[in-house]
Design a protein around this ligand. Sequence first.
Ligand code: NAG
Ligand code: NAG
Ligand code: NAG
Ligand code: NAG
Ligand code: NAG
Length: 950
Amino acid sequence: MQSSIGGFCLKMTICLLLLLTISIHVNGFFVKNCKVVGSLNKSNTLKVFCTRKGLYTVPEKLPYRTRVLDISRNEISKVMNNDLLHLSFLTNLNMSYNQIKVVEEHAFRNLVALQQLNLAYNKLTTIPDRLFHNLSYLTYLRLDENRIAKINPSVFLPLTSLVTLNLSGNSLHRIQEVQPLFTLPCLKDFCIRSNGFYSFKTTEVSNTSLQLKTLDLSQNPLKVFSITSNIFPDLEILDLAFISRSMKWDVKDNSFLRNVKRLNLNGIKMASEEMKVLLQTFSSSLGVLKLEQIGEEKVKALVEPACISNSPKTLQLRFNNFTSISEKELQLCTNVTMLDFSDNKVQNVSILAFRSMNKLRILNLSHNKLKAVPIAIRNISTLEILEISYNNMTKITRLDFLNLKKLLTLHVYRNDLRVVEDFAFQDLKNLRSLIMSSNKLLNINVKLWFGLCKLEYLQLASNKLSWIQRGDFKYLQSLTRLDLDDNQIQMIAIGAFDGLVCLKFLNLQSNKITQKSISSSVFSGLKRLQTLQLNNNYISYASQKRLKRPLFTSLTSLKFLSIYSQGHNGMMNIPLNFLEGLNSLRTFKARNLNIDSVHPLTFAPTPNLTFLDLSRNELISLSSKVFMPIQHLTRLSMSKTGLQSIDFLRKANLTEMQMLTIQKNALSFINDTVISSLPNLVYLSMEGNVFSCDCTNAWFIKWAEISNNTQVLNADQFKCNFPPKLRGSKLFKLDINSCVVDVEFYCFISSATVVLLTMIGALLYHFLRSQVVYAYYILLAFVYDSKQQRKQKADSFQYDAFISYNTHDELWVMSELLPQLEGEQGWSLCLHHRDFQPGKPIIENIVDSIYGSRKTICVISHHYLESEWCSSEIQLASFRIFDEKKDILILVFLEDIPTHQLSPYYRMRRLVKKRTYLSWPKPGKDTQVFWQKLRVALETRVAEEENFIL
Ligand SMILES: *[C@@H]1O[C@H](CO)[C@@H](O)[C@H](O)[C@H]1NC(C)=O
Ligand SMILES: *[C@@H]1O[C@H](CO)[C@@H](O)[C@H](O)[C@H]1NC(C)=O
Ligand SMILES: *[C@@H]1O[C@H](CO)[C@@H](O)[C@H](O)[C@H]1NC(C)=O
Ligand SMILES: *[C@@H]1O[C@H](CO)[C@@H](O)[C@H](O)[C@H]1NC(C)=O
Ligand SMILES: *[C@@H]1O[C@H](CO)[C@@H](O)[C@H](O)[C@H]1NC(C)=O
């Protein structure tokens, strides 16, 4: 065995791998399972997000300056005294949707800055006595949807700043238990919905007046509601939805609840007579009255008295199963400005239904069963917003929107519209937004839009449009946004968008557009266009050749272009002048286009590009020249592109890069030179690569843990791919201490040696000038000589080839390969079962065999790829390649293996791409040529291979 440094390193590596221990030192930006946002230095912004990570405990080693911590939606069951101990800067803590049963008494002791605390949707049954002791800045507390059946009210007394408290969805039964909470000095919003409270009496709450503004008592089985003194003078919102059927309403003075502005009586089941009494307790001009989920008949009987005694401005009548609206119900509701009738089953609306509502501004009739636009709507000259989506209308006539001169917004999506008559919108001179998506419109024409001179937003997505003609939108001179996505558009005539002088946003994605159906003149005139979406179409190019007429030359203001996912086969190529004219482009999204290279001139027209997405293409590698014109890039996404190295970034000089996304590539290690070429990197996202768990990644692991500027997202989840023994285990569990020590040790030794030699040299030179010159010549001779020797060594290998194969292929090796190569051709082969020295450690045997053979032949089959390719044999062989800079691997394919199946074996794929390899002929075919080629491969000597570098 040759004791080269390479061999030594290998052995070191192997030993290290056997000595794995768990050790992670966390500082800086790295928090296991979490994403950290903000900068460690500018501490007032630091936020840590760890939602939905399957955590069972509070994450460790949170940066002590964390301001916001979100650990909601995990499986945490216990919060311990020490978990949050050091977070004295924390202002916002979200622990909702966990399984928390226990919070230890001192868990929040040091959270002296805390303002918001969310413990909703957990399994708390009690609250420890001293839990809130130091939370004097807390303003917002959620304990809803737990299992709290008992509280010691004094627990809440330290919360002297508390404004909002939510205790809904627990198992509390008596108001006396929560009484002290009402008297917290700052409390304004108190929610005790959905508990077991069976009575609410002011005598049990307080005898002085309180500041409460919102009180939610809904979904409690209240039998008594008794207000006998004026303790809620400021109450504005009162929620009594779904209280018990037989509640006793006992409000002594009609002035006590006079300031209530919003009253929710959804699902109320009291008898009509009592309801009238109840309504009279409230103001004669209520802001909002909700009467939902009560039922058609009952509501019809209630609306009139409510409008008489409360004259509400907003009336919400959803989910009542109304089938019709007659002229009677609403005739006294003259002050209503917003009427919400959605989610009913309305089919018929009387012509006079809204006659007396001469202040109506907003009308919502969506989610009903209307077959046409109700005639009652015509002439409501005050109407500003009309919502009739989710109905069953098939047609809009030119009379439907007559005289709606103030209408600003019209929503008619999700109907069955097939026809819109010409001039249907001509009275809507003020309309800003028209949404007609998800209908069945087959075509449009210029006359439809006549009169819409102020329209800014037109939404026609998800219809069945197949072409756009010249000037179709020419009346829409104020339009800024046009959505035509998800249609069948195949043909866009030249001048289709003529007249859209204000258009900023155009969405054409998910249509049938090909490179032929859009020409450069299609977009002419769109001088202000900023965003163009062309995803999911059929644009495709056979080559990168320069286009005669590039598409976007007139879009000089375009900032955002998205063209991902084209056609059945992808776009295939980006023509080198595809982006010509897009001088203002900032974002280019080109994922999933089935392109395998990018021409270095592609981005020359777009010097201000900051975000480039090339993910899910077959790029494998990119030239750094591609990035030369786009030095302001701050975000680059290249996930799933088969990258084997990101060394191209080193020369690309992307000093402004902030976020690099390279997930699911074939990267096995990251070195410091690439990272140091990205001085402003904030996020590095590279999950799902094929990491090598050895000292090659020692630097990376260390850096990811301590970097204060860059966060390696989900670094703790990175999995090892090599060595095979560690496949699937976590990269960050690798013990890198020994690697670091080695490097330092070598550095120490080498620098010490240099210093020593220099000193000796200086001394020698001083005392023995002539002898030194003589020694120098001797040294030269020695170097020359050893070079010669090494050349000779090439001929003094013990074997000609080491055969690496899987036991499944042993038959072929023994019956075909061995007789031919050893018998016929006379090579000496090394086979592990035959030639390994018994008693010697297996690794040493392999090392000796590879270094003792001139070549290594890999017999490749599916079995081989699965079990041997990443084995130590191959790693050793490739290290020898590095070591000696010459090719020693000969690949023999026993079976047909399509290249895409090779993609997980990136090193193999690369070899196959770069070099010729040998395939064993199919059964019955002649094998002569194969053996001849193998002979040539084995004969090839060092001289011819010197330039090959893997
Ligand atoms: C409305 O009708 C549905 C189904 O017919 C029924 O389940 C629901 O309870 C009704 N709602 C009211 C408020 O009556
Ligand atoms: C409508 O509101 C005005 C002023 O707020 C009030 O004077 C009038 O009585 C209200 N009309 C009805 C029918 O309640
Ligand atoms: C519209 O009406 C048809 C029958 O006329 C019915 O099958 C369909 O479900 C209705 N759609 C809606 C959204 O009510
Ligand atoms: C690039 O951006 C800068 C500043 O945002 C601007 O001054 C310059 O005109 C832009 N270049 C082009 C070609 O649009
Ligand atoms: C890299 O970029 C910096 C500034 O962004 C510039 O000064 C330097 O010349 C560039 N280097 C190369 C090799 O392009």
